[in-house]
Write a protein that binds this ligand. Structure first.
Ligand SMILES: Cc1cc2nc3c(=O)[nH]c(=O)nc-3n(C[C@H](O)[C@H](O)[C@H](O)COP(=O)(O)OP(=O)(O)OC[C@H]3O[C@@H](n4cnc5c(N)ncnc54)[C@H](O)[C@@H]3O)c2cc1C
Length: 453
């Protein structure tokens, strides 16, 4: 690292020299991207201890105070943030991917301490010998830090609810450089805010989760999942969506269902469905899989059983901004009868990659809206539009008719960093509470990257 690069910034503390990477460092090109974009930060701090996180935050505070409050400051855990805010140009990135240990502290109670830089595939692998599971995202390289502060819609969302609903406590470095252990008793206001409020209150270094024990007596696979994949098509999307929602709503909570919809023309919509049964195949699962095949014109289908850890195995693919996309989403409490027509129209627009839908009804709906900073606790369906990045300027207009139907927005699945989007994510009392907390714990707005109030 060349110490002159940041000549106008306060001198880098000795303690940070060993973890600092700048544009002259060998590792710079490897470290300046996330999954979606490549940034040009002036400085990357690759923390290896919680002490490094504290020292980094103190140093960034000094830079902001002495140089400019507009210098960007990003957190990066897994680098899969759809907000794309974990890298920046001209600022600092605090990367905690080396803080990635997973420790089962009480196997009987299912208590697991996970450092926020771990990725979910590695968490699943570490929990496999204990027959424990934390319902998280469906892709193994997704990071713990971003997902577990945003929400966490996993393959067991209909059985176990959101990932944030399994957090027992969290270690958080706040803007004053203090480490705060938060739970229902200690700093309950911060504990409320980090479950759904993203990174606005500080950087979480570790979570304690209460994992769930799922054991099947007759299976030789630890935590088996039976997965049905269906490639099909429909000429009546509204009817299909209604029937799909009725099918999944009446299905056992052991079943989850994700859809990806695409189209070349307005007459036919292609459906890639993945239906996940938490367990080995049995008569209940067989009946449900059979009825799933009657919802559309099936071209191809397949059933396979895998362990949960295999299903979400982390490929650890290095980041180079390889997915130039833009994503908008809504949460839906009820299904509008026009939704199929609206989606069919969007699907043939330029730049559209597809529309994803997931059933999320169940335990998510049993938590009161004021218990966490995830606002919409009535949501039954999650819907996301994936666009090529170069068409992002049209995203608002394109998504408008769907946006109007939404009752909420999931922060971790939105690339729209406008203030209007933050208002949709954290409306009403949730927003007011978050703003008060920011004023209390981060009055100088150090953590103003990403979705922010
Ligand atoms: C391929 C893919 C599949 C996905 N699948 C799912 C899914 O199934 N379910 C689901 O719910 N989501 C899913 N997501 C969305 C994902 O959960 C979020 O985008 C999440 O923010 C990624 O976390 P990360 O740590 O990898 O991201 P990063 O890019 O490292 O961080 C994203 C943002 O999170 C915040 N953040 C990161 N670390 C911390 C921390 N330690 N403390 C406080 N704030 C922090 C920061 O604001 C940061 O800008 C998926 C994303 C991708 C790209």
């Amino acid at each position: 690292m060349n110490n002159d690069v940041n000549a106008t910034w306060p001198k880098l503390p000795v303690a940070l020299k060993k973890i600092a990477i700048d544009p002259t460092s060998d590792d710079y090109e490897l470290m300046c991207s996330n999954y979606f974009v490549t940034g040009r930060p002036k400085l990357i701090l690759r923390a290896t201890t919680e002490r490094d996180v504290i020292a980094s935050i103190q140093y960034v505070k000094k830079i902001r105070e002495n140089v400019s409050h507009s210098i960007p400051f990003s957190f990066r855990s897994g680098g899969h943030g759809i907000s794309m805010a974990s890298v920046n140009d001209g600022g600092i990135i605090l990367d905690i991917s080396q803080l990635n240990s997973v420790t089962v502290t009480d196997a009987e109670q299912g208590l697991v301490q996970v450092q926020a830089g771990a990725v979910w595939g590695d968490v699943a692998e570490a929990l496999r010998p204990f027959n424990l599971i934390i319902s998280s995202g469906d892709f193994g390289d997704t990071g713990v830090g971003g997902l577990a502060t945003g929400g966490g819609i996993g393959l067991l969302v209909r059985r176990l609810g959101l990932t944030i609903d399994h957090i027992v406590s969290a270690r958080l470095v706040t803007a004053d450089g203090e480490i705060r252990v938060t739970d229902h008793q200690k700093y309950p206001d911060l504990f409320w805010g980090i479950r759904g409020g993203n990174s606005q209150l500080g950087m979480v270094t570790a979570f304690t989760f209460k994992a769930s024990k799922l054991v099947e007596e007759k299976s030789d696979i630890s935590l088996p999942f039976t997965v049905q994949t269906i490639e099909s098509q429909t000429s009546n999307l509204t009817k299909f969506i209604q029937q799909w929602q009725s099918w999944i709503t009446h299905a056992s909570s052991k079943m989850s269902s994700n859809l990806m919809l695409t189209a070349e023309n307005r007459n036919t919509v292609h459906i890639n469905a993945s239906n996940f049964w938490a367990g080995s195949i049995n008569s209940d699962a067989k009946a449900l899989f059979k009825s799933a095949l009657s919802l559309s014109e099936v071209n191809k289908h397949q059933l396979e059983t895998k362990s949960y850890a295999e299903l979400v195995k982390a490929p650890h693919i290095p980041h180079s901004g390889q997915q130039p996309v833009f994503v908008k989403n809504i949460l839906l409490d009820a299904m509008n009868p026009n939704i199929g027509d609206i989606i069919s129209k969007i699907l043939v627009s330029p730049g559209i990659i597809g529309i994803e839908m997931r059933a999320i009804d169940g335990p998510l709906n049993t938590i009161n809206a004021d218990e966490t900073a995830w606002h919409d606790r009535k949501a039954k369906v999650f819907l996301a539009m994936w666009l090529q990045k170069d068409t992002a300027p049209h995203a608002k207009e394109l998504f408008g008719p769907l946006q109007d139907l939404g009752t909420g927005v999931y922060s971790s699945y939105s690339s729209d960093l406008s203030i209007e989007e933050s208002q949709r994510i954290w409306p009403e009392e949730t927003g007011r509470k978050l703003r008060k907390l920011i004023t209390k714990y981060d009055p100088q707005h150090l953590f103003n990257q990403g979705h922010y109030w």
